[in-house]
Design a binder for this molecule. Structure first.
Ligand SMILES: [Zn+2]
Length: 201
């Protein structure tokens, strides 16, 4: 069964479109790894096996099975290796997650900057959504790059060329293989579900 056939199968369609977006981007080799939660385990594992995507045994978390999947065994092993380090700091852990998800280095750097990493003594004044940042940008500039509606992760800025290039790639791959997943990712992003920290205020 080809990957394209998997994307047209009943099993595929039984997975929520937002999770399909993550699986598809890893399967098509444009994203090294992903983490997502699903309600039904058997169906998801059938899909992952047909796509030959390695995954860690899922953990039951917030009424869903939480999966880590990767484009190759090597990617998964390297990610796990980094997380096993006993002296891992919070910043290094965030960096390892960011690299696993394939976020651009500049966006990871912005995310792990001490000013936005919480520690015992630090409380961000207020969290905002990246969609709010986009709305503000739109008010000032008339529009924002529409490809950012297909982002995964929080870009370091609305004008980050790396995040824009990546979002365009995600958009094109999703629209080619699963329009419903593309639309769902766009809605998810527009509804403001990505929290970013006070540095944008
Ligand atoms: Zn960036």
């Amino acid at each position: 069964m080809s990957r394209k056939d998997v994307y047209r199968s009943d099993e595929w369609n039984r997975i929520d479109p937002l999770e399909r977006a993550d699986i598809l981007l890893v399967s098509e080799g444009v994203k090294p790894g992903a983490t997502f939660g699903v309600k039904y385990r058997t169906n998801t594992e059938k899909v992952l096996e047909k796509l030959k995507l390695p995954y860690l045994p899922p953990r039951w978390h917030k009424s869903r099975y939480s999966y880590h999947i990767a484009m190759s065994d090597k990617t998964l092993e390297s990610y796990l290796g980094k997380l096993m380090d006993k002296n891992l700091t919070l910043q290094q852990a965030h960096r390892a997650h960011g690299q696993f998800y394939g976020y651009p280095d500049c966006c990871i750097d912005a995310y792990v900057t001490p000013q936005i990493i919480t520690n015992r003594n630090y409380r961000p004044r207020k969290n905002v959504f990246f969609s709010h940042v986009l709305k503000e940008y739109e008010k000032t500039n008339g529009s924002y790059p529409e490809a950012l509606d297909y982002r995964i992760g929080v870009p370091c800025s609305v004008e980050c060329p790396e995040a824009l290039k990546q979002s365009e790639c995600y958009r094109d791959v999703l629209l080619e293989h699963d329009k419903e997943a593309a639309e769902e990712l766009k809605l998810f992003n527009k509804n403001g579900s990505r929290i970013i920290k006070a540095k944008y205020l």
